[in-house]
Design a protein around this ligand. Structure first.
Ligand SMILES: Cc1cc2nc3c(=O)[nH]c(=O)nc-3n(C[C@H](O)[C@H](O)[C@H](O)COP(=O)(O)OP(=O)(O)OC[C@H]3O[C@@H](n4cnc5c(N)ncnc54)[C@H](O)[C@@H]3O)c2cc1C
Length: 423
């Protein structure tokens, strides 16, 4: 029903209020569900945050509106809707810092840009240290961040006691805390809202979002991609982009392209809702644990990845045990809190833990991959960067370090230590 009603009328406050009074029935759809057309100028495979943001930027920034996003399930059903929603720019190398800082700044304006509340909350991130050596490494990280123009400060144990009154800072803790550092502009955003906001905005600009359509193969002519085969038939295209996270090697493999990417499971957990108890994101590399509290009151908990290659979106019990053990060592009071849900996502890890945004060896075929355990924060800048690449056949000024070329030249951007916990 929402398809024929003008956008402004559909989403006016009065329309939403009226819909609420009707008992949440007959709400307008946020985006259309069109039948696939025979051809598009650009096809984007993957309806996660990166694919949807790419479609939005193609249409908004470069006027390329003959675009479809092809999603084998439902949009946001991959890692975008499975992550722990941490947004940060505490990276080491200038190229990474510039890119991720741009993404944080884009997040700051995203609710307005999309006219969709993505609940971005820059509540700050504290990373804890448990040895003088770890604290020295953090000082180096803080120096690098400051040189990159990103606010960061070393914290003493007293600072941490003030910020985290429920954290066990006693000398008898298994690992006594010696300090940490604060990344004040880091925080969280609502993951589903990011996918839905981009989807609605892209749809409004004319992009077709095709859910339940799976890409099964590529067609090429004269060394150039010209179509994809799907469970809904053949769809022709001038250009095709792959943005499928943990499925990257599988989908690129359909075009005969080999990627330096490994797929592993990363798990997350949420507890039952609690009254406000934690107003900052806390990370501990030593405990392989990080935690924040959602606006609903749930503790949102993450840990390290399951180390075997897997496409199962579940994960092993050993990781659940390790993560929750670490959490309880940090916050013993949480021992009485019940875990409500656990799940896994398939993450796409490169050897240097930095992403790839580039063209492939097949003309007209582009890829955005390698976001691994930290690509939610990169969705705004990553979408803008892939759209730029598709429109201009060249990287934008923020993402030029993230091409395949770095593996040939050995110019790796090793950001393994930039994750909150080791992966
Ligand atoms: C548990 C967990 C916690 C995380 N925590 C954080 C965090 O706190 N902060 C952060 O920045 N990042 C985090 N991440 C990483 C982040 O979620 C991802 O890097 C990011 O969401 C990747 O987005 P995407 O759009 O590339 O992929 P996805 O959201 O996975 O989207 C890819 C889509 O492609 C579709 N697809 C696959 N194959 C095909 C096909 N053949 N045809 C059509 N469609 C296909 C999939 O169904 C999927 O919907 C976490 C990840 C997980 C799993």
């Amino acid at each position: 029903m929402g398809e024929s009603v003008p956008f402004k009328k559909r989403f006016s406050a009065a329309a939403l209020f009226g819909a609420g009074l009707r008992g949440q029935r007959n709400w307008p759809a946020l985006w259309r569900s069109p039948e696939p057309r025979k051809t598009y100028q650009v096809l984007i495979i993957g309806g996660g945050g990166h694919g949807l943001a790419t479609a939005y930027h193609l249409a908004r920034d470069w006027g390329i509106r003959d675009v479809a996003v092809i999603e084998k399930g439902w949009i946001g059903g991959g890692n975008t809707g499975r992550n722990t929603t941490v947004v940060r720019s505490n990276y080491y190398y200038p190229a990474s810092a510039r890119f991720y800082q741009r993404s944080v700044e884009m997040y700051q304006g995203l609710s307005d840009a999309l006219n969709f509340n993505i609940m971005f909350s820059q509540r700050g991130i504290v990373t804890l240290a448990f040895s003088p050596h770890e604290l020295n490494l953090m000082a180096r990280q803080v120096n690098a961040m400051q040189l990159n123009g990103i606010a960061a400060e070393i914290l003493t144990r007293d600072d941490i006691a003030r910020l985290l009154p429920h954290c066990d800072l006693s000398a008898t803790a298994r690992f006594p805390c010696v300090g940490g550092f604060l990344h004040a502009s880091g925080g969280t955003a609502r993951h589903d809202a990011v996918a839905w906001g981009y989807a609605r905005a892209a749809d409004t600009l004319g992009v077709d979002i095709l859910q339940n359509v799976e890409v099964l193969g590529f067609e090429q002519m004269g060394g150039r991609v010209c179509a994809v085969q799907t469970n809904a038939g053949r769809i022709g295209a001038e250009k095709v982009a792959i943005a499928v996270a943990g499925n990257s090697t599988v989908v690129a493999g359909l075009a005969g392209i080999d990627l330096p990417v490994r797929s592993q499971t990363l798990q997350a957990f949420v507890s039952e809702p609690l009254k406000p108890v934690l107003d900052i994101v806390v990370m501990s590399g030593l405990h392989h644990t990080y935690v924040s509290q959602s606006d609903k009151g749930e503790l949102v908990i993450g840990g390290d990845s399951d180390t075997m290659t897997s496409y199962a979106q579940r994960g092993s019990f050993a990781t659940i045990e390790r993560t929750t053990t670490g959490l309880l060592e940090l916050f013993p009071a949480f021992s009485r809190v019940r875990l409500m849900r656990q799940w896994g996502g398939t993450v796409d890890l490169t050897p240097d833990r930095s992403p790839i945004i580039d063209r492939t060896s097949l003309d007209g075929l582009y890829i955005s991959t390698g976001w691994g355990t930290g690509g939610f924060k990169a969705i705004p800048a990553g979408g803008a960067a892939l759209a730029h690449f598709i429109a201009h056949d060249a990287a934008d000024e923020y993402s030029s370090a993230f091409t395949f070329d770095r593996f040939r030249r050995g110019a790796l951007l090793d950001e393994g230590a930039a994750s909150g916990v080791a992966h």
